[in-house]
Design a protein around this ligand. Structure first.
Ligand code: PMV
Length: 309
């Protein structure tokens, strides 16, 4: 017997970092990249994990208990009262670049939770999948807001406020985004930790910045729903400036953001934890190819064109 599950990547449109402090953020799934998990019977005792993308070929018990993959399996089987553990082969493949703001860790967790729970005869609701994936995000990120696991679990555009029930949104007209990867791997945990240090030093000052970012995210939702694409681009530019103030941009991100704007994007900003990873640019059907080419020519490692509906 074997069971398969997949989960998409994701990208944050507005509100990263401020979302950790209770402000709203917008994120959408990115289906061009995904994590795929296949669970099957094993004739050998144990749980054998094959994850060629991260060069991992091992039995569960050889992993430290706080390893995210080990933690997913232990937490899930504990929650489902699966004891003793069955003998399994778990194959994990992901086309989502690691540490780049596309949600690779959360996507692997969600696909793994779905595949294992279905395989063991306990398929879970999205809500439970999301809760379990959030626990694992804490290992990856320290103090995550929960936005990554939420948008990936539900695979829908999400208006996210930490601790609040799921709220989705719909674009008035579909629009195109280009996602450009700086190729610089930047752990979200560090950027989030550095923002926390800033905030600890002067809470009043930085909470004003968070709240400006939150206002932009709220306005952006309205612009998306009302199909006001030009204004949406301007809001991206404004959000990027505030992220620069939070010191989570980088020369590579600033360069790609500028290149995209010069090539005709309506707006551009970094996306996710920052310091590296991805930027996004808002484009039209007419400008999308030119912006994508300019980003590649300027050194972007991967470029994805995605449609938000
Ligand atoms: O780097 P990413 O795309 O996983 O995004 C992290 C988003 C932050 O707001 C910086 C952190 C969080 O947990 O929301």
């Amino acid at each position: 017997m074997s069971t398969k599950a997949s989960a998409p990547g994701k990208i944050i449109l507005f509100g990263e970092h401020a979302v950790v402090y209770g402000q709203p953020a917008l994120a959408v799934p990115v289906t061009q990249v995904h994590a795929d998990v296949e669970v099957s019977d094993s004739s050998r005792p144990g749980i054998w994990i094959e994850a060629p993308d991260i060069d991992l070929h091992t039995e569960l018990n050889t992993l430290p208990s706080d390893h995210p993959l080990a933690a997913v399996i232990h937490n899930l089987f504990f929650a489902l009262h699966v004891d003793p553990f069955p003998s399994l082969n778990v194959r994990i493949a992901s086309s989502i670049p690691v540490a780049s703001g596309l949600g690779s860790g959360a996507a692997v967790s969600v696909a793994l939770i779905r595949a294992l729970s279905t395989y063991t005869g306990h398929p879970l609701s999205d809500e439970r999948v999301n809760d379990l994936a959030f626990e694992i995000e804490k290992l990856h990120h320290g103090t995550p807001s929960g936005i990554d696991n939420t948008v990936i679990t539900y695979a829908r555009p999400v208006y996210f406020v930490k601790g609040r029930p799921l709220e989705t949104f719909k674009a008035g007209v579909p629009f195109f985004l280009i996602i450009g990867d700086t190729g610089v791997a930047a752990p979200t945990k560090e950027a989030v930790g550095d923002v926390r240090k800033l905030w600890m030093k002067d809470k009043v000052k930085w909470e004003k910045v968070f709240s400006k970012i939150g206002d932009i995210a709220n306005l952006a939702r309205t612009m998306i729903e009302q199909a006001r694409t030009k204004e949406l681009g301007e809001l991206m530019d404004q959000n990027h400036v505030l992220l620069q103030e939070l010191r989570v941009s980088s020369p590579e991100l600033d360069k790609l953001v500028q290149v995209a704007r010069n090539a005709g994007a309506l707006g551009a900003k970094l996306s996710g934890g920052g310091r590296g990873g991805n930027m996004i640019a808002l484009v039209t059907p007419e400008t999308k190819e030119a912006v994508a080419k300019s980003l590649t020519d300027a050194g972007a490692r991967h470029v994805i064109i995605t449609k938000v509906e």
